[in-house]
Design a binder for this molecule. Structure first.
Ligand SMILES: [Fe+2]
Length: 494
């Protein structure tokens, strides 16, 4: 290869005002077919394409033969079964759909609450009105009103299909009061207590919650899963270098031998939405876009995902920046826009929310993963007093736990935009082993009753605006889970 041609490539970068990335320089040095690379590179310049580190990487990839992947043979192959994914129906919505939607939420959550012995035979609210004074009752209903009395007690109004009733929770019962005061409108709860004059004096307050005996499911072999979210390709805040470093690491091209050995155990990459930055998401967004065409944004993310070893199955749900309806449940990524991604042989696409089962081999049930992008979390982090006081958006683990306890991904009506589908698909009826979200751009993993609640980070630079708002994104970090131990490590690429 001629040094002169190489110098010319580097000179071209300088002319474009781009500082060449050392890793790419190393790649350019190692290209076996430099002449082919050089002529493809020249062709792009003649076509007027703006040359960036990324363009060079794709030219290198085009001429590099498909690598022979070398996965760890101790780990079984990826196996994914989609357990639930919402398919959009094109009905026209009417007022009755909203009524059916809340009625469906009530019935699903009532069934969960009735598994508790105290609530196993609840009275309907219509019946309670005819009960004698001080009679013990159990009731289940949706919270339609919540007030704090002058004396500092809580009064809820619960509704079921037969009527409404007030429930008083005394501030003197501090344990009960602490749980109840965080509850928001539209949540489905259970109470037991004594009947007074058209009121229940509660002596217990129940959330649907996760049973304490939920088992911690582990795989027999040391398979690993990695979690990402909010890549936002197309934004001019996209962190190219950190992302490229991540991809090279996934390809086992960097890191120590021990690190490469871990990489070769990864069989699943879970992607919790916002693949691209999108267009027209907010006013004047075009000024913040590096790729202004939505189709090209999806082509770009598809090119990146195509670089990931094919023994890793990529499971994707959409987010609010993806090119589709924002109302939840969001269907699977639209073929019209995201075709290049959906065409990849190792991609599994599900709705938001969506549920998959992974790694069920030889009679082992595998693990259930609930993917939810996380649109409702901003509202909940701000509205739920205890969470707000403990750090708000910096404590998304508490928001995720809040949702699990309510067995609903957007427990209160205002927390997300939704369509009144016949069934309330945001109810968490199947208990997952792993619950993964993005949207808040934070990273980490915390366990709640043997469910790993994973926050999958982001790949965007932090803006001054975010700093002013007091938000603290954690870009360029990735949670890696060993499914045999359920241990999570957060790796930094920035
Ligand atoms: Fe988002």
């Amino acid at each position: 290869m001629s040094d002169e041609k190489k110098k010319e490539v580097i000179k071209h970068f300088l002319q474009e005002g781009i500082l060449i990335n050392p890793a790419i320089l190393e790649k350019i040095n190692n290209i076996p077919e430099f002449d082919t690379f050089y002529s493809n590179f020249q062709k792009l310049i003649h076509e007027g394409v703006r040359i960036t580190n990324d363009t060079v990487l794709s030219v290198i990839d085009e001429i590099t033969p498909t690598p022979q992947w070398n996965p760890d043979p101790q780990v079984k192959d990826a196996k994914v079964q989609v357990k639930w994914s919402y398919k959009a129906d094109s009905s026209k919505w009417s007022m009755q759909d909203f009524i059916n939607y809340f009625s469906n939420r009530y019935h699903k959550l009532k069934k969960i609450l009735m598994k508790r012995k105290e609530l196993s035979s609840p009275s309907s609210i219509g019946q309670i009105r005819f009960k004698g004074d001080r009679e013990e009752v159990a009731a289940i209903g949706l919270i339609i009103d919540k007030q704090l009395t002058k004396n500092g007690n809580l009064i809820f109004t619960l509704e079921d299909p037969t009527g409404t009733i007030k429930v008083l929770i005394s501030k003197n019962n501090s344990q009960l009061f602490a749980i109840a005061k965080d509850s928001q409108l539209d949540e489905c709860v259970g109470v037991t207590g004594q009947v007074g004059d058209k009121i229940i004096f509660a002596n217990n307050f129940f959330l649907p919650d996760i049973p304490i005996y939920k088992e911690l499911v582990k795989t027999p072999d040391p398979a690993h899963a990695i979690f990402i979210s909010d890549v936002h390709v197309g934004s001019n805040m996209f962190l190219h270098d950190a992302w490229n470093k991540f991809i090279r690491w996934l390809r086992a091209e960097t890191g120590s031998e021990a690190q490469r050995n871990v990489v070769k155990k990864i069989r699943y990459l879970i992607f919790a939405g916002d693949l691209v930055e999108g267009v027209g998401i907010y006013p004047n967004q075009e000024n913040d876009l590096e790729i202004k065409d939505i189709y090209k944004q999806y082509e770009k993310i598809a090119q990146y995902l195509a670089m990931i070893p094919d023994y890793i199955t990529i499971i994707i749900c959409p987010g609010n920046h993806d090119a589709m309806r924002i109302a939840e449940p969001q269907p699977e990524l639209y073929e019209d826009y995201a075709k290049p991604v959906l065409d990849l042989p190792n991609v599994v696409s599900v709705s938001n929310p969506g549920m998959v089962n992974i790694h069920a081999h030889d009679g082992h049930p595998g693990l259930d993963i609930l993917l939810y992008h996380g649109y409702s979390y901003v509202f909940l982090a701000d509205q739920v007093e205890t969470i707000r006081n403990l750090g708000g958006q910096e404590r998304i683990d508490l928001v995720m736990k809040y949702c699990l306890q309510r067995r609903h991904l957007a427990p209160t009506h205002n927390s997300t935009q939704y369509l009144p589908t016949r069934e309330d698909h945001l109810v968490i009826d199947t208990i997952p082993d792993i619950f993964v979200s993005g949207h808040i751009h934070r990273v980490g993993s915390v366990n709640y009753r043997n469910i790993s609640m994973v926050q999958a980070g982001c790949w965007l630079e932090t803006t001054e605006f975010q700093e002013k708002l007091g938000l603290k994104p954690q870009p360029g970090r990735v949670p890696l889970m060993n499914l045999q131990t359920r241990q999570v490590k957060v790796l930094k690429f920035l």
